[in-house]
Design a protein around this ligand. Structure first.
Ligand code: BGP
Length: 473
């Protein structure tokens, strides 16, 4: 192939999470995870026990259909598939002493299936699905003891999959713990939590992330471990320096997490913020050394929206994201769920990360949640004409190409939900991201059959041409 903008070993693929695709919530020895009792995602508080209206209990039945689904990913030419390991499949209660062999076997099967097609797994250790028991017995990551349970889980899977998995991510969107603590098994309502408690829980995850990095590196020195943050550029509403400072403040809330993962210590602006809030983080023995000595190999992030902000945000309309909100940007259009669409924002974020850290970057989530209509195609097959999704993704990928030309080191791109899955924040099926349509509706009806959308062939062509098709007029 002639020289292309995207590097020749660029990792093209898609990204998923166990609780949003697998289903089989009580099969194979799996324990309940927090989303098994969150029938409305983040919209309403968790309930006591699984209820039939919770679409995640069956999700899209990847647990049963993984071979068929991986075959479709291979047909698109995927080089990588991001999955998460359901922690409660391996340690049903989180605090068990021994792992569940059936759960371990399931991921062995998935990795073996991927290997058949030379698809690299990219594995998230914790994607918003900690065992429910950790919420009930410990209030999740608020409790330092959970670090030890997580380490046991990480050691188990890192050993088991040593020869099958090279790329690992520790916590999905680790910075989101401040906004959506229930995803970290903290069921005390957010209104009742102090800033100090939220940052202490974040500290526990940061230490656990460094410890996971250490464990994985010790078990396999070729493995690469990345942090995963929810990335989002903020823009000032005006050139007023006060608004520009408000942007720095908003961005630093996210930057703190990458700074600690990459530089191994709390940055000055965070120390100051905590001091001014009267918060003193309790560092356990060895925490500072753990953070310092076990930094990450690369940075991965999700990117869906940018937000604007101002020194006086209450004077403007608010903008949306699934876990963060800000001021609405008058220059951007929004998705049907109100998320503002900003392809250039992706180039900006890539450049910001690269300028700050000079570490390889991996875009591990990006995509458009939209309502799709299943229609009859030219040859009588069922399909979706999702030109809106193709447009969204082309525009974003072109900006990735721009960033690469700016000199940014980008390892890969995994679009969110390459196959329709259950939404994290709203728990809907109708918020579809996939290249593959799954016949399942918000009321739970549907055959679970898979159909290729127009975007399927489009992405296949993008991968086949290593991105060059994006630039053809
Ligand atoms: C990210 C999560 C994913 C995913 C995505 C889309 O924050 O890491 O799990 O779901 O957002 O959000 P939603 O599913 O709410 O549309």
């Amino acid at each position: 192939m002639t020289e292309t903008i995207f590097p020749k070993d660029f990792l093209w693929g898609g990204a998923t999470a166990a609780n949003q695709i697998e289903g089989a919530y009580n099969e194979g020895g799996k324990g309940l995870s927090v989303h098994d009792v969150m029938p409305d995602g983040l919209m309403t508080p968790p309930v006591d026990a699984p209820t039939p209206d919770n679409l995640k209990l069956d999700a899209i039945k990847f647990y049963d259909n993984y071979k068929e689904d991986i075959k479709l990913f291979a047909e698109m030419g995927f080089k990588v598939l991001r999955i998460s390991i359901g922690w409660s499949r391996i340690f049903p209660n989180g605090d068990d002493l021994e792992p569940n062999e059936e759960g371990l076997q399931f991921y062995d099967n998935v990795f073996d299936e991927l290997a058949k097609y030379n698809i690299e797994p990219l594995v998230t250790l914790s994607h918003y699905e900690p065992p429910l028991n950790l919420a009930h017995q410990y209030d999740g990551w608020l409790n330092r003891e959970v670090i030890g349970f997580f380490e046991r889980y990480v050691e188990t899977v890192a050993k088991r999959y040593k020869d099958k998995v090279k790329y690992w991510l520790t916590f999905n969107e680790v910075n989101a713990i401040l906004s959506a603590p229930q995803n970290s098994a903290i069921f005390t309502p957010k209104e009742e939590l102090s800033e100090g408690q939220l940052w202490q829980a974040a500290h526990h995850q940061l230490v656990a992330s460094a410890s996971a990095t250490k464990i994985i590196h010790e078990i396999n020195s070729d493995a690469q471990v990345g942090c995963m943050v929810l990335a989002m550029p903020f823009y000032p509403m005006t050139p007023n320096p006060k608004d520009v400072l408000a942007v720095r403040d908003a961005e630093n809330n996210n930057n703190a997490f990458t700074d600690i993962h990459v530089r191994g210590e709390y940055p000055g602006y965070l120390k100051r913020k905590l001091r001014e809030m009267g918060v003193e983080i309790e560092f356990g023995e060895g925490d500072a050394e753990m953070l310092k000595e076990h930094t990450v190999d690369f940075i991965s992030f999700s990117y869906y929206v940018s937000l604007a902000t101002a020194a006086n945000p209450e004077e403007y309309d608010s903008g949306q994201g699934n876990v963060f909100a800000g001021v609405k940007n008058p220059y951007l259009k929004a998705s049907e769920w109100g998320w503002q669409i900003d392809p250039e924002g992706l180039r900006i974020v890539l450049n910001q990360f690269w300028d700050k850290y000079q570490l390889p970057l991996f875009i591990v989530e990006n995509g458009l949640g939209a309502k799709d209509e299943l229609v009859e195609g030219e040859n009588g097959e069922l399909t979706v004409h999702d030109d809106y999704r193709i447009q969204y993704m082309s525009e974003h990928l072109v900006q990735v190409g721009e960033a690469i030309q700016d000199g940014v080191d980008v390892m890969g791109y995994t679009s969110w939900g390459p196959i329709d899955l259950v939404s994290m924040s709203t728990a809907q099926m109708s918020k579809r991201y996939g290249f593959i349509y799954v016949d399942r509706n918000d009321d739970g009806t549907g055959s679970f059959a898979r159909y290729k959308k127009d975007s399927f062939a489009w992405y296949q062509n993008v991968i086949e041409t290593n991105g060059e098709s994006l630039f053809e007029k």
